[in-house]
Design a protein around this ligand. Structure first.
Ligand code: SF4
Length: 661
């Protein structure tokens, strides 16, 4: 076989060979094995037997394999690599091929529109809202050409999209698909009334099914409100559950529901169901503390942490315990996660930073084309290695990579415009602090009781320094794609400590920035968002407030520092969140006075100590925090596991109320 011959002819598995030659031999092997013919034959066989989905799988397998070989040929063009490594690459590439008609997993419930839910092997299907004109949907008359005009154009040989009868047929076909996908159960529901009370008719499908299966009964469900509407059984029990829940939340229970409760309690058949219901209603979030031995086994003796871990603990000790104690993590999937996307953004922006500003301030005005070219160069240099090449693995990821580059180019333009207009220059990117090998600055150390210490390590995205008359000023910048709000109240609650810790580290180490002392100028987030991708490039000084140009965060109201950041400032700055006029700072100017910043920095040690002490005590309470700008549960991976129901307002002030504390 060609591949065998090739490998036998190769000097050794370790010797470099031309990737192109090995790929050619692999393709020859596929030809010899008649892989393409076999897949086509299987496809035709499945089609002939009416197994359309199986046929689609074979077709996709062939397409994916062909695409993969074409991509591999493109990527590895001119590469010399050891044969063993190339074979591993081919192996990994073939293993990563995915088909889009994957049957649903055993533990999954799929919620999808009919157009997108043709999955085979469903155990049960539930069709919601099968009302007249909804299922099958009534195909609307096309707005531009009516069917007669379309017919005339079609006769003239002009090809048009499907007409109303054809689309109506497609809708009927979708309804047919929906009813025939599951092999165990089919449940169809329809509404009798719209939200405004208007009567609604069921879909003709219901009548049709009743004709086909005369024994089918339509069950009616309506929330019982009066004693006469109660039917008993599970339906009324769930209505009782809602009443009991409302009562726990403060709505007085009507006497009638008390009787219903007694009725269920007296009937032995409902004992278990009622017990489960009461258990659910009385559920209180887990509150706990790890025994010293367990805490040590899970976290070890050395108290080392990153700021984000401390923030996570303050946001919800249970989520912290799940993530770092139990080390529970969502099932990994082959895709770019937000975290990985963030890593790519940081990596590229740091590389761009050292290229552009490595030799000092850069006053050059960048055009969009120049920014795109710079980003393109860096991404091309990094992307084959990033995430094992996921960014180049499929057309979808290549599209995402292109979007990412666009976002990065705009971010670079924003950053350049902010820097060009002021005197601050980036001095460091991805500046690591801690006691790990390679850390450039020492950790932030917090003294704890019993002579113990907590060491905090981390990485600062960017530090800018400006030299003013008599003093040097520093500001810390974090690249962020999510929530950009930074409120002192959130810092005091320990939810957003990152920037303040970074600032403390910078102020503690002026020598690293070639200064005797450093004064604080601000703590900022720089927006890295997808929406920026299509925004026109803003220019400082243009009328209005260009989107994304202004940094978010907290500015220190020191006039010298503010004028270094924005020499043109007159009123509300377009570059940083502050307002400064001829008579000083506006009364309503955002920002912190120097004294307020000192107070915050003073409280920082205290907050870190308290957090570390609770961590050291092994606290694992389900105690999520929520503020106007922060919700611990919003993107939490442990929702299904912690048992916390954010909707339940608990009597006695636990749970939901505590979140706003
Ligand atoms: S969902 Fe909320 S309560 Fe549950 S672990 Fe996450 S943050 Fe904590």
């Amino acid at each position: 076989m060609a591949l065998l011959h090739f490998l036998q002819a190769a000097p050794s598995a370790q010797e470099p060979v031309q990737a192109k030659a090995l790929l050619g031999a692999f393709q020859e092997l596929l030809r010899e094995l008649e892989v393409a013919q076999t897949l086509v034959a299987w496809q035709e066989e499945a089609l002939a037997a009416g197994r359309a989905e199986e046929a689609a799988l074979h077709r996709q397998a062939l397409e994916r394999l062909t695409d993969f070989l074409a991509e591999a040929g493109e990527l590895l063009r001119g590469c010399l690599l050891p044969a063993r490594q190339l074979l591993q690459l081919l192996d990994a590439g073939c293993m990563a091929l995915t088909l889009s008609l994957i049957p649903p997993g055993l533990d999954q419930v799929l919620v999808a529109s009919l157009e997108r839910s043709r999955n085979p092997e469903l155990r049960a299907a539930i069709i919601l809202g099968a009302n007249a004109d909804v299922l099958p949907r009534k195909a609307a008359q096309p707005p531009l050409l009516n069917d007669r005009e379309r017919g005339a154009l079609a006769q003239a040989g002009i090809e048009l999209a499907a007409d109303t009868p054809a689309r109506q047929m497609a809708e009927h076909y979708l309804a047919y698909i929906a009813c025939t996908r599951s092999h165990d159960k089919l449940l169809i529901t329809y509404a009798l009334n719209a939200a405004d009370g208007k009567e609604l008719a069921p879909s003709p499908l219901i009548q049709r099914l009743q004709k086909l299966f005369p024994a089918l009964l339509v069950e009616r469900y309506a929330e019982p409100r009066e004693p006469g509407e109660l039917t008993g059984g599970a339906e009324s029990l769930s209505a009782l559950a809602r009443q009991l829940r409302e009562e726990r939340e403060g709505t007085p229970k009507r006497e009638f529901w008390r009787d219903v409760h007694h009725w269920y309690a007296a009937d032995g058949r409902w004992r278990d169901s009622l017990a489960r219901l009461n258990q659910g209603l009385c559920f209180s979030p887990h509150q706990g503390q790890l025994a010293e031995g367990n805490r040590r086994a899970l976290y070890g003796d050395t108290l080392r942490s990153s700021v984000s871990r401390l923030e996570k603990f303050n946001a919800c000790p249970f989520a912290y315990f799940a993530a770092y104690g139990l080390q529970l993590a969502p099932r990994p999937v082959y895709e770019i996660t937000p975290r990985e996307r963030g890593d790519i953004l940081h990596q590229v922006l740091a590389e761009l930073g050292s290229q552009l500003y490595g030799d000092g301030p850069c006053q050059q005005e960048l055009t969009k084309a120049q920014a795109s070219a710079l980003v393109g160069q860096v991404v091309t240099g990094l992307s084959p290695g990033l995430l094992s090449g996921i960014l180049t693995s499929t057309a979808r990821y290549r599209y995402q990579a292109a979007r990412l580059q666009e976002t990065l180019a705009n971010t670079l333009l924003l950053q350049q415009e902010q820097l060009r207009c002021g005197a601050f220059a980036p001095i460091a990117w991805e500046l690591s602090f801690g006691s790990r090998e390679g850390d450039l600055l020492p950790p932030l150390t917090v003294e704890l009781t019993g002579g113990r210490k907590l060491e905090i390590s981390g990485q600062i995205d960017r530090v800018d320094v400006a030299r003013g008359p008599g003093a040097a000023y520093a500001r810390v910048i974090d690249y962020k794609s999510g929530n950009l709000a930074l409120l002192p109240a959130d810092i005091l609650q320990g939810l957003r400590l990152q920037l303040l810790v970074y600032l403390q580290i910078v102020l503690d180490n002026p020598g690293f920035f070639a200064a005797d002392t450093l004064k604080a100028a601000g703590l900022y987030y720089l927006a890295v968002r997808d929406e920026l991708a299509s925004s026109p490039m803003p220019k400082a000084g243009e009328a209005g407030s260009p989107p994304g140009l202004k940094l978010s965060g907290l500015t220190v109201k020191d006039e010298t520092a503010v004028r270094l950041a924005d020499p043109q400032i007159h009123g509300h700055s377009q570059l940083i969140p502050v307002a400064l006029g001829g008579k000083g700072f506006y009364a309503n100017s955002p920002g912190l006075t120097t004294e307020e910043l000192q107070q915050l920095l003073g409280r920082l040690q205290e907050i870190l100590q308290q957090t570390a002490q609770r961590m050291a005590d092994g606290q694992t309470d389900v105690l999520p925090q929520r503020t106007p700008t922060f919700d611990a549960c919003a993107y939490c991976d442990y929702r299904a596991f912690c048992g916390f129901d954010g909707e339940i307002k608990r009597a006695g002030g636990s749970g939901g109320e505590q979140r706003g504390a």
